[in-house]
Design a protein around this ligand. Sequence first.
Ligand SMILES: Nc1ncnc2c1ncn2[C@@H]1O[C@H](COP(=O)(O)OP(=O)(O)OP(=O)(O)O)[C@@H](O)[C@H]1O
Length: 257
Amino acid sequence: MTVPAPPPVIDLDGVGFTYPDGHRALDGFTLAVGTGESVAVLGPNGSGKTTFALHLNGIHELQEGRAAISGLPIAHEHLPEIRRRVGMVFQDTDDQLFMPTVREDVAFGPHNLGLRDGELDVRVEEALEKVGASGLIDRAPHHLSGGERRRVALATVLSMQPDVLVLDEPTSGLDPAGRRELAGVLAELPITKLLITHDLPFALELCDRAVIVSGGRVVADGSCVDVLADEPLLHAHRLELPLGFDPRAGWAARHTP
Ligand SMILES: Nc1ncnc2c1ncn2[C@@H]1O[C@H](COP(=O)(O)OP(=O)(O)OP(=O)(O)O)[C@@H](O)[C@H]1O
């Protein structure tokens, strides 16, 4: 007897979405992401990437098509479980950090899930350790640097033990060292990742697969190297690699000064 394959972690099929002002932002958006994949979601401004991401934890209600997380339909009655499964790391860390201390911010989600005392402490400590921020546990989030805040925001999500991590422009505002540190932290996390970004070298560093979103749908899907090496494709979708950057060169070559 063969064991059936698990459902994709993310499974969207023919999703359409129109904002109340009549603006059509998604139109036949279809994407399936399997367990453990790291997928870069690329595309020009206004192509629908954030609108898509906001469907994944039910912030935008499904209007057309089908959407599920690990087989569970993204629907009103499942939202608490969907929000546990999908960890969203927003571009603006102010959306995520609002408690007086890092410890309380990271504990907020699991406390709402009912964890208490020693179990809660362990969950918080483990999440901070994963992002290399154990030393920040008693600090005030609003006193941290941009890179530190980004890592703590990631810990607030990891403390919920999600099935998938969705990162919207995680490198915005980070200096090269902060960007490098974040790449190191994310690369070590054995979890399905969706990375929405305009930072193509960062996408290449972290993702095996890349999709291009244009006009509210996925128009290209392939290995990250192949997508980024296709100059006409990038050009057609207003995507640019830094001058002299060769996606086909090995990691070591890209990192040699
Ligand atoms: N609240 C809203 N009301 C009306 N239209 C909106 C709203 N939010 C986004 N849009 C429109 O929907 C389209 C998709 O926007 P979205 O933010 O999803 O794009 P994006 O690919 O994430 O862009 P960017 O790369 O600039 O972040 C755009 O044309 C945008 O103007």
